[in-house]
Structure formats: C-alpha cells, structure tokens
Design a protein around this ligand. Structure first.
Ligand code: UD1
Ligand code: CA
Length: 460
C-alpha cells in the first residue's frame, strides 16, 4: 500500500463506562495483550507508522503502554463523542499529507490486517468520499443502524438510542462496525457541521454519513456479513467472548502447524508467542508475551510462561511459572518451579520443585532439585545444589553476587552469604552458613560442632 494514500486515526479516548474499570477500555487485554495492541497490529501492514491515536481518559496510561507511538498521540481533553475525537485529530490528519484517513474504533481487537488492506483497496477502486464497514450480526444490539434507500444506497447511520422505527423504518440488521475511510479533502467541509443534538448529547462521527449524502458525495458501505472480527468490545462479557474466540483460533492454528495440544481448548497462547511444530503442551496453561517454545519441548498443565524461551527437548512440569527466563535444551523445570527474570538454565540443567531462580545462570547439567533460592548467582556446569540451599543475596540495602565453580557440591540447608565465591569442585558441608570464599577443591564447613551428651545420671 502506498503510504501517502492513507493515514489512520485510532479512537481510543473513551473511558469505556460499560467496562466498569478505572483504566481505559482499550488497555483491557485479550490473551495478555491490549485491545489497542491488536488494532495497531492489524493496521501496520497497510499503514506502517502513519497511525495517530486519540487519547483522553487516563491518556498517560495509554501513552506509557505504547512508547513507540510517541508523538503520534493526540489528546482529546473532554470526551464529547467520536465525532469530536475526529475533530481533535483532524489537523494532524491533514498534516500527514495523505489523501485518505482510515478511522477505527480502538475497541475492535479482532480485526485482521487483511480486512484493513481489502477495505483500503476497495476505496482506492471506487474513489469514495466516505466509506465505512458494516456487519450484519445475529443481534443489532447497541450498534449504529445502517439505513439504505430502496436502491440500496446508504443514506445514514442512526445510533441505537436515537433509532425510531416510526421515522427510520424497520431495523435492517445491518450495523456500523466503526471503521471508516474518509477522503480528507471532501470530509474537511463536513466536520464543522457535526452537532450534539441527539439522545447522548455527543458529537457522532456517524453523522458524517448523512451529511455527506446530503452534499451529494460518494458514500459507500462495505458489508462484512456476520463477522465477529469487526465487533466492538464494550463490556466484560463481550471481552470474554472475543478472547475465547481468539484463544480457540490461536490453538487451532498451532494444531494445524504441528504443535500437539492436550486439553486444547484451555491452552492460552498470546499473539506474540512462537511455538515450533513438535512441541507438546497440556492445558490448562498460559504462554504470553514474546515467548518462544522449541521443537520437542513439553509443557505440562498449569504452567504459566511470560516472555521466556524454552529450547527444544526441555520439560516444564506442572505448576511451574517462568518470567523473562531462558531454559536451554533438554532442561527440566518443576513441578512447581519458579523462574524469575534473568534466570538462565543452560542445557541439561535441572530445577526441581519449590526452587526459585532469579537473575542466575545454571551451567550445563547443574542441578537444584528441591526447595532452594538462587538469586544473583553464577553456578558452574555440573554443580549440585542440595535441598534447602539459599543464596543470601540481599543485605537490606544492596544485592550481592554468589559465584559457584564447576562441579561443586553444596550440601543441603546451606546459606551462602553473598558476596561469596565457591571454587570449582569444592564441597560445602550440609547446614553451613558460608560467609568466606572457598578455594577450588576445598571443603567448607561452617556450623556448630555436634556435641553428644549422655543424659544418663552418673554414679560417683
Ligand atoms: C460506535 C458507533 C456505532 C458503531 C460502534 C461499533 C458512534 C457514535 N457510534 O458506538 O455506530 O456501531 O461504534 O463498534 O461512533 N471515543 C473517543 N472519544 C470519545 C468517545 C469515544 O476516542 O469522545 C473512542 C472510544 O475510546 C472507542 C471508540 O471511540 O474506542 C468508540 O466509542 P464507543 O463509545 O465504544 O462507541 P459505541 O457506542 O460502541
Ligand atoms: Ca464501542
């Protein structure tokens, strides 16, 4: 698509009253990503960077969520309706130098990039002054009703609240999807004619349709049938239904690509996740963000993975949680393993039940099988960390590092008070509190000596 043909304006200023939330509706998530994320993703192929966004309610939150869109947000201080939002963005739209502007409601997350491309292509072909997309859902619900004359020509969009069968005739079932393509030079003269003379007291973008028809402009509607993809999301129920549809669609795509899913309907995979064919996943489980799962990796049920990499052949057992972690080839994690940001497991290493790892590298084949905390640490290849080992990395003010050499053996219930270095092949006696470095191959023991005292009374 020729970038100077069209720019886009995303309407994301509203509060979303029906969502009953203190944050903007467009930041509500489906499969771990916000509605706005999906809208931007669908616009990207056709519009590139030429995308502006109207923000209003809690605008700071929206801007913070999308730092890459900086400088392309336009503030609508008071949310006086979708028509008013367009008016607020109009100068930026004109400055973009594009011929057309695609306007899209920010609460339309199921939209696919192909729909955007096809819509723009249709407008390019027929040269409409104003075109919008319509759908014909089972129920017209609260959507704006599309009115056509007897020749099938669109004459207006009337909002549900303002619709009067006596005036407008029986409801046709065709409704406005909230995606418009406006010829900037034509619509320029209509914007100031919008009024808020309606039941909501708002300026409606939809009023542009009958204004354009009255001026003899070329107005068209592209009907997408009964497509759930163009549904606006206004309530928790609509959000849940859309998320469900997206979840099943994603799982089906994975199955088709060669990923094995058990209990497939409860496998939740975000839109930015990559899973190689041959991986095997059991639901319920969640994989979000930019996670990557390799061929032959096994994820058992109740696993939650965010922004992490699991290499081929690794097994993540039930109830393990991974966040910004990297699990190498043929590693084992869990059950009940917890890998926090910066946890790196090199190939064939193992983290067992109730082991927490944060900002720590476990070398090849290293093992921490039970009940352990490893933070700010480097652990050499082949080292064995006994049950109950704790790296005491925090002194109340700063974090300190623990370094353990290759092939070391840390006895159970050891406290390693950082900063501390344990040499290669060193052995630490169980129950030690280690505060001093231990040299390569040495034994370090730091615990009270056992004293056995007979309790039998002594005869004099
Ligand atoms: C709108 C359409 C309706 C259509 C439906 C499709 C109008 C008047 N009605 O209704 O015909 O069937 O979408 O989903 O446009 N927004 C702002 N500033 C505002 C008000 C809203 O930026 O002052 C943004 C919202 O954040 C939202 C979008 O515009 O992303 C649509 O607003 P919303 O209130 O959801 O409109 P609907 O009532 O759903
Ligand atoms: Ca809406």
């Amino acid at each position: 698509m020729d970038k100077s043909f069209a720019c886009a304006l995303v309407l994301a200023g509203g509060k979303g009253t029906r969502m009953h939330s203190d944050s903007p509706k467009v930041l509500k998530t489906l499969l771990g990503e916000s509605m706005l994320y999906y809208v931007y993703k669908a616009l990207k192929p056709a519009l590139g960077e030429n995308v502006f966004t109207i923000v209003g309610f809690e605008s700071g939150q929206v801007e913070k969520a999308f730092p890459d869109m900086k400088d392309r947000f336009v503030l609508q201080e008071e949310q006086l309706g979708t028509g008013h939002a367009l008016q607020m963005g109009w100068d930026r739209i004109k400055e973009s130098g594009a011929e057309y502007c695609l306007v899209i409601n920010g609460d339309t997350p199921l939209i696919q990039d192909q729909v955007v491309t096809d819509f723009l292509d249709a407008v390019k072909m027929d040269g409409a002054d104003l075109s919008f997309m319509s759908i014909t859902p089972d129920e017209p619900a609260a959507f704006g009703r599309v009115i056509r004359d007897k020749d099938g020509q669109v004459t207006a969009i009337v909002e549900a609240k303002d619709y009067d069968e006596a005036v407008h005739g029986p409801v046709s079932g065709e409704v406005n999807a909230g995606i418009y393509c406006l010829k900037i030079s034509a619509v320029d003269s209509l914007l100031s004619k919008l009024t808020n003379n309606n039941k909501s007291g708002e300026y409606y973008i939809t009023d542009l349709v009958d204004l354009a028809v009255e001026c003899g402009m070329n107005v068209t509607a592209v009907n997408a049938g009964n497509s759930i993809d163009l549904m606006g999301i206004n309530s928790p129920l609509e959000l849940a239904k859309a998320e469900s549809a997206l979840r099943l669609r994603t799982a089906e795509k994975l199955l088709e690509s060669g990923v094995t899913l058990h209990n497939w309907e409860s496998v939740v995979v975000g839109p930015g996740v990559e899973i190689e064919p041959g991986a095997e996943i059991t639901g319920p489980c969640e994989i979000y963000g930019s996670s990557k799962i390799g061929r032959g990796a096994v994820l058992q049920s109740h696993v939650r993975i965010v922004d992490s990499v699991v290499d081929s052949g690794a097994i993540i057992k039930a109830y393990s949680h991974l966040e910004e972690a990297k699990v190498g080839r043929d590693c084992m994690v869990g059950p009940y393993g917890r890998l926090r940001p910066g946890a790196v497991l090199e190939e064939e290493s193992k983290v067992g039940n109730f082991v927490e790892v944060k900002k720590a590298v476990l070398g090849k084949g290293a093992k921490a099988s039970h009940l352990t905390y490893l933070g700010d640490s480097e652990i050499g290849a082949g080292t064995n960390i006994g049950a109950g080992t704790i790296t005491c990395n925090y002194d109340g003010v700063n974090k300190h590092k623990t370094v353990i050499g290759e092939g070391a053996f840390i006895g159970s219930n050891t406290a390693l008070v950082a900063p501390v270095t344990i040499g290669k092949g060193a052995l630490i006696g169980a129950g030690s509190t280690i505060t001093k470095n231990v040299k390569d191959g040495d034994l370090g023991v730091a615990r009270g000596k056992q004293v056995n005292i007979s309790r039998a009374s002594k005869k004099s």
